[in-house]
Ligand binder design. Structure first.
Ligand code: SGN
Ligand code: CA
Length: 513
C-alpha cells in the first residue's frame, strides 16, 4: 500500500469508527431501553411527613432532593388504601378486582402478567428487595430478597429463592445495604435494571432505629386541626372505625411495655433507655382526657417521624451511591408509599378510608434531562399508572389490558388535555383490623362521593369548601345536581374499570368479602 493509500485507509477507518461510535453513542443516550429504574416504596409513609410537601412536621432532606431535582406530584392517589392491594396494583397496572388481590392476606397470583415480567422481556434485570407482603413468592424477578409478611424492625430474617437468610441490625438499614449490594455487585452491567427497593418503615408499631431514637426529644410536634374530631355530620363509618389515637393505640404501640422485637442485648438497652425517663414521668402524671390524647399523639408521631428519618437517611445513602458511581444520570428514581396515613387527622392513625390523608400517597420522580428540576404536577395520578410509566420509560409496549396511563408526558412537562379528571376507589377489607367499612367512590378535583355499600350510606364532600372533610353534604338540596353528576360518573368509572362487583368473576357479597 502506498503511503497515500495507507493514510486514506486510516482516515476512512477512523471516520468509519467515529461514525459507528457516534451513532452508537447517540443511540445509547437516546435509547430509552438503557435507562435504569429505581422504584423506592416505603410502607405507610404519609405525604404530610415529607418536608417537600410543606406540612412542617419534619425534615426529609434526602427524599426532598427528588423534588428539587425532579417532579413532586401533589395529587397522587391509590385505588385501595392498603398494603397488599396497593402492591398488586403497582405490579399489574390493574384494579384489585382484576388482579385478584383486594385485601391483605390474599395470595397474589404470580402467574399473571406483571410489569416485572414485561421489563424482563424487554431486556431488564429485575430485582426486589424488602417488603413484599403478597404471600406467594415473587415472580418475574431475577433476584429477590423479601421480608416474611410484615417483617420486624430489628434483626429481620428474609426470604430468598435459595431459602431463609438471617440478618442482624435495623431493618431499614439492612434493606438499604442489600439494595446497595445489588447496585454495586449484583448488577449485570450489560443490562439496565429495574430495582424495587421497598421499606418496611414507617409501618406500625413504629420502632425507631438506634440512630434516630433520640430525635425530637425536647420538641413538641404540631397537632393536626382535626385531632379532636367528634365525627358530627358523618355517618357510621367514621363513628365505628377502630383506629383512634385515644382508644386504639396499644401500650405496645406507645412503648410502655416490652416490645415484640427480638433485640440483641445492646439494642434492647439502647432502645428502652431512650424511653425510660419519659415513661416514668408519664406514669407519675396520671394524665386524663385530652391531655392523655395529646401525650399519646406526641409519642406516636415522634416514633413515626423517627422511622421516617431512618428511611430518609437511607434514601440519602442510595442517592449518594448513584452520584458516586455515575449511575444517577441514567437512572429514573421514583419515591412513593403503598398508601397514605393518618397522622392524627380525625384523631386517627392507619389508613383504609377514601378520606384524603390515606387515599393520597406521596410521589416524587427524578429523571435527569427529562423532568424539569423543581417541577410540580397537580394532575390526578394514581398508583394504577406506575406499571405503565415504567414500561414507557423503558421503551416497552404497554399492554391494552393495563388500566392506568403512563405518566411520562406529565413528567416531561407536556400538556395532556385529556388527562383523567376523576378517580375510582374501592376498599374491601371488612370486618378486619381497624373496622373501616367497605366502600367505593369517586373523587374529582373538587368533590368526593363515597358509598359505604354494606351499610348503605352515602357521603359527599365539597373539598374546595371543606378540605378537612368534616361536613358530609350528601342530601343537602344545594348539592342535588352535583350528586346526580357524581353518581353518573361513579357508574361510568365502575364500568370503565370493569368492576361488576366480582373479584375475578367471584361475586363480592355484602357479608363475606
Ligand atoms: C397490621 C397492623 C395494622 C395495619 C395492618 C395492615 N397492626 O395488622 O395496624 O392496619 O397491619 O397494614 S400491628 O399491630 O400488627 O402493627 S398494611 O400496611 O400492611 O396494609
Ligand atoms: Ca402499608
Amino acid at each position: 500500500m502506498s503511503r497515500f493509500r495507507v493514510m486514506l485507509w486510516a482516515v476512512s477507518a477512523l471516520s468509519g469508527w467515529l461514525v459507528v461510535a457516534g451513532v452508537s453513542a447517540a443511540a445509547e443516550s437516546a435509547s430509552p431501553s438503557r435507562l435504569n429504574i429505581l422504584f423506592i416504596m416505603s410502607d405507610d409513609h404519609a405525604y404530610q411527613a415529607i418536608s417537600a410537601y410543606g406540612h412542617g412536621l419534619n425534615q426529609t432532606p434526602n427524599i426532598d432532593r427528588l423534588a428539587k431535582e425532579g417532579m413532586l406530584f401533589r395529587s397522587c392517589f391509590v385505588t385501595n388504601s392498603l398494603c397488599g392491594p396497593s402492591r398488586a396494583v403497582v405490579l399489574t397496572g390493574k384494579y384489585g378486582h382484576l388482579n385478584g388481590f383486594t385485601r391483605n392476606g390474599d395470595r397474589f397470583d404470580g402467574s399473571q402478567q406483571t410489569v416485572a415480567k414485561l421489563l424482563q422481556q424487554a431486556g431488564y434485570q429485575t430485582a426486589i428487595i424488602g417488603k413484599w407482603h403478597l404471600e406467594t413468592d415473587p415472580t418475574g424477578f431475577d433476584q429477590w430478597e423479601v421480608l416474611f409478611g410484615q417483617g420486624p424492625y430489628y434483626n429481620p430474617a428474609m426470604k430468598t429463592p435459595h431459602g431463609r437468610v438471617a440478618h442482624e441490625g435495623y431493618t431499614t438499614d439492612i434493606i438499604t445495604d442489600l439494595a446497595l449490594e445489588f447496585l454495586k455487585n449484583g448488577r449485570d452491567k450489560n443490562r439496565p435494571f429495574f430495582l424495587m427497593y421497598h421499606h418496611k418503615a414507617p409501618h406500625r408499631n413504629w420502632c425507631p432505629g438506634p440512630q434516630e431514637l433520640d430525635l425530637f426529644k425536647d420538641v413538641t410536634i404540631p397537632e393536626p386541626p382535626t385531632l379532636f374530631d367528634d365525627y358530627a355530620n358523618r355517618g357510621r363509618a367514621a363513628h365505628e372505625q377502630e383506629m383512634t389515637i385515644s382508644r386504639h393505640l396499644t401500650p405496645l404501640d406507645l412503648k410502655l411495655v416490652p416490645q415484640k422485637e427480638k433485640f440483641a442485648p445492646d439494642q434492647a438497652e439502647r432502645f428502652y433507655n431512650a424511653y425510660a425517663e419519659e415513661n416514668k414521668a408519664f406514669k407519675e402524671a396520671n394524665l386524663q382526657g385530652e391531655e392523655l390524647v395529646r401525650w399519646k399523639y406526641q409519642r406516636y408521631i415522634k416514633d413515626y417521624l423517627r422511622c421516617v428519618a431512618g428511611v430518609d437517611r437511607n434514601v440519602g445513602r442510595v442517592l449518594d451511591y448513584l452520584d458516586d458511581s455515575g449511575l444517577a444520570q441514567n437512572t429514573v428514581v421514583i419515591y412513593t408509599s403503598d398508601q397514605g396515613f393518618y397522622l392524627g387527622e380525625h384523631g386517627w392513625f392507619d389508613k383504609r378510608f377514601m378520606y384524603e390523608e390515606s387515599f393520597r400517597t406521596p410521589l416524587l420522580v427524578r429523571w435527569p434531562g427529562h423532568v424539569h428540576p423543581g417541577s410540580v404536577c397537580e394532575k390526578l395520578v394514581m398508583n394504577l399508572d406506575f406499571a405503565e410509566t415504567f414500561l414507557d420509560i423503558a421503551g416497552a409496549p404497554i399492554p391494552d389490558d393495563m388500566q392506568g396511563r403512563s405518566l411520562k408526558p406529565l413528567l416531561e412537562g407536556r400538556d395532556v388535555p385529556d388527562w383523567r379528571t376523576s378517580m375510582y376507589y374501592r376498599y374491601y377489607e371488612y370486618p378486619a383490623v381497624h373496622m373501616a367499612h367497605k366502600h367505593y367512590g369517586v373523587r374529582t378535583e373538587r368533590y368526593k362521593l363515597i358509598y359505604f355499600h354494606d351499610i348503605d350510606e352515602w357521603e359527599l364532600y365539597d373539598l374546595a369548601k371543606d378540605p378537612h372533610e368534616l361536613h358530609n353534604v350528601y342530601g343537602d338540596p344545594a348539592y342535588a345536581q352535583v350528586t346526580a353528576e357524581l353518581k353518573a360518573e361513579l357508574q361510568r368509572l365502575k364500568t370503565l374499570y370493569q368492576d361488576d362487583d366480582t373479584i375475578r368473576g367471584v361475586p363480592v357479597t355484602a357479608a363475606s368479602r
